[in-house]
Every structure is written in structure tokens, then in C-alpha cells.
Design a protein. Structure first.
Length: 261
């Protein structure tokens, strides 16, 4: 078997390539995709000696409801490996974390001014198999996304808010009451290379603490055989985090499998 990798073009017409590049940056595009995202963080724990790797499986499934509306399902399944958070190794753990499930109802056509938007429910599912990797409670709330794409530029924001559904969470866990905001900004060249920046800020209303990583990235649309995909990589820097959260520099890499119609 011969593995053929082409960075540009991706074996489609120029118009199709440009549209696919735009859809790859749109969180609610009517495009089947499976992002596999790896994150590395450091300096966790009270002593600042911990390290953490988080691999997120993030399938995106679009469904056509009628001539005017789509339903976009976005799932985040984290696989977490962390060690060194507690001296002696008692905080070391590996396994599945809590799943975040979002559903966006989105018009098929942008607004007259070119904005694409979607809104719906978000849910946190207590799927973590280890108490150190799970909030051990279910949560739900609203989620919304809005973005605009023109002349190679993509800018927008995705946000949600989650409240706990459990009246009595475990004694060692705080109730979930948190806001997540992800503003994003990027530019795509004529060779379908994208340069971008985003932040994935979370505010915990119970602890009154921010978690704010800034992500810089470069991504490239390419194909393996006849299958288009995107590879992304870049550094991240923690501007703000809880006392025992990640500090300083980290790293992110993501491979997104694309399935255009």
C-alpha cells in the first residue's frame, strides 16, 4: 500500500478547497468531522511539579432538520493522564474524564450581514471513572456560537454556562456553576494554511477563579490518499489559572478528519 500525502491542493476544485477550509474553522458547519486534539500542560498541583496530557476526541455530527435548519452535535470526550500533582504519586491517574455534549440549532443560511450562529443546550456528563478526573455530578445549561467568515478571515465566539443538576454533590466537590467563553480569530491563506489565536476561558462562580489559556496555532489542510484532513499545532500560555492549575507554557496538536459530502 502506498500512502500519498498532498499538502496543497487537496484534490478538489479551488472553490471546493476554499469552502472546505472555511468549514474546517466553523464549529457548526454542516460537515462531518472528527478532531483528535492533544494538550500538554505543566506546573500543576500545589507544589507546581505536576504534568498533564489531555487527548480530546471531538466528533461533530450535523443533521438536517428541514430546508432552513440544521442540528449540530458536538461531543468532547477527554482521555486524561496526569502525574506529580501530589508528592508521592497519590494524585497520579489515567482514564476518561467527563463528557461535554453540545447541541446547536443553526440556520442553514447566514444572516444578511454574513453572520453564522447557533444555540442550544450543553450538558456535562459524569462519565469520569476516577474521582480525580471527574466532577462526579451532572450539569446543564445554554450554549451559543456566532462567527463571520470573509476574505480569508474567521472571527467569532463560542460560549456556554453550566449549572449542577445534583442537589448534593460529593463532599469533596464544589457545585458546578461555571461560564466558558472561547473567542477565536484566524486568517487562511490561498494555500489553505491558517494562522490563528483563541482563548478558552472558564470562570468558576463558586470558587471565584479564572482559567485562561491563550492558544496560538498554525493549521494546514491536506489529504492522505483521497481523504482530506487538517493538522494543527502551536503553543499555549496560561495567563490565569487556579492555585493548583496549569501554569506557564503548554502545547497543543490536533488532527481533524474531514468527511465532506
Amino acid at each position: 500500500m502506498v500512502l500519498a500525502i498532498s499538502w496543497s491542493p487537496v484534490g478538489l476544485s479551488a472553490d471546493s478547497q476554499a469552502e472546505l477550509a472555511k468549514q474546517a474553522l466553523n464549529p457548526i458547519a454542516a460537515l462531518y468531522s472528527v478532531p483528535i486534539q492533544y494538550n500538554w500542560n505543566q506546573k500543576l498541583g500545589l507544589g507546581g511539579d505536576g504534568e498533564q496530557s489531555v487527548t480530546n476526541l471531538q466528533p461533530v455530527l450535523p443533521f438536517s432538520l428541514n430546508d432552513d435548519w440544521n442540528l449540530i452535535s458536538r461531543t468532547i470526550l477527554p482521555i486524561i493522564d496526569q502525574h506529580g500533582l501530589v508528592p508521592g504519586g497519590s494524585g497520579d491517574s489515567f482514564g476518561i474524564g467527563d463528557v461535554t455534549q453540545s447541541l446547536f440549532f443553526s440556520p442553514k443560511q447566514p444572516t444578511a450581514s454574513g453572520w453564522i450562529w447557533g444555540a442550544g443546550p450543553a450538558m456535562l456528563l459524569a462519565t469520569g471513572g476516577d474521582e480525580r478526573l471527574s466532577a462526579e455530578q451532572w450539569a446543564a445549561g445554554p450554549t451559543v456560537v456566532a462567527l463571520k467568515q470573509s476574505n480569508g478571515w474567521t472571527r467569532g465566539v463560542l460560549a456556554n454556562h453550566l449549572w449542577t443538576l445534583d442537589d448534593s454533590p460529593p463532599d469533596n466537590k464544589r457545585k458546578i456553576n461555571q461560564t466558558f467563553a472561547q473567542p477565536f480569530f484566524s486568517y487562511t491563506t490561498q494555500t489553505y494554511t491558517t494562522y490563528g489565536i483563541n482563548t478558552e476561558s472558564t470562570y468558576d462562580w463558586q470558587a471565584r477563579e479564572w482559567s485562561i489559556p491563550i492558544n496560538l496555532f498554525v493549521s494546514q489542510l491536506f489529504k492522505v490518499g483521497r481523504h482530506p484532513m487538517s493538522l494543527q499545532a502551536g503553543p499555549r500560555y496560561w495567563v490565569e489559572s487556579p492555585r493548583d492549575g496549569a501554569q506557564g507554557w503548554g502545547f497543543r496538536m490536533a488532527l481533524t478528519l474531514l468527511f465532506p459530502k
